[in-house]
Design a protein around this ligand. Structure first.
Ligand code: URA
Length: 209
């Protein structure tokens, strides 16, 4: 089963409090989400492999380390996932970015792909699926499925806030995928909102509420 990593660094938790606050403006909300995404990358990249290199310092030759292994691909789920991309790119500027757009079919309630554009070398990359809110898990599961159907593996999921229902669903559907969150909240309400949550992440990021 995929592990759930709670990114509980005090800076992340402090900023998350203001992200949740309904009085936070769109401008501040966007800036805080961006900052938390950057801070979360620290945790998410903790297991990256290193390789030994030598550099010549002005004084002598030093044995040092650089990140080795596969490059990273970011896969934000449209549209709220976009709000975390720049924050991740600050620390991983060479990452390529693919996009997955999904909507919920009103009759079947199943997620339907309306847009998928992935880096051409996606199969050679470690992938980070990004969506601020892991509610039912429907979108995250569908986005991961989109990637796996194209042969991708080595996928992680990055969210700001998860509901226990969403965590359980991703763990069941995709037991190979680790989940990184700043908080796991109490439950989902009847409208599919995470409680206490932060409201609609897309609306708050783009000022459409
Ligand atoms: N999507 C959101 O933006 N917020 C929720 O609480 C649940 C899903």
């Amino acid at each position: 089963m995929g592990k759930v990593h709670i990114c509980d660094h005090p800076l992340i938790q402090h900023k998350l409090t203001y992200i949740r606050d309904e009085n936070t403006t769109t401008k501040d909300f966007r800036a805080l989400v961006d900052e938390v995404a950057t801070l979360m990358v620290y945790e998410i990249t903790r297991d990256l492999p290193l390789q030994q290199v030598q550099v010549k310092t002005p004084v002598t030759t030093a044995d040092c380390q650089v990140i080795s292994g596969r490059m990273l691909g970011l896969i934000p789920i449209l549209r709220a996932g976009l709000g975390m991309v720049d924050g991740v790119l600050k620390l991983m500027p060479a990452a390529k970015v693919g996009h997955v757009g999904l909507y919920r079919d009103p009759d079947t309630l199943q997620p339907v792909e309306y847009y998928v554009k992935l880096p051409t070398d996606v199969l050679e990359r470690d992938l980070l699926v990004i969506d601020p809110m892991l509610a039912t898990g429907g979108s995250a599961n569908a986005a991961i499925e989109v990637l796996k159907r194209r042969g991708c593996s080595r996928i992680k999921l990055m969210c700001l806030i998860a509901a226990p229902e969403g965590v359980a669903s991703v763990q069941k559907e995709h037991p190979d995928v680790d989940i990184y969150v700043a908080a796991v909240d109490d439950h989902l309400n009847d409208h599919g909102y995470i409680v206490p949550g932060l409201g609609d992440a897309g609306d708050r990021l783009y000022g459409t509420d």
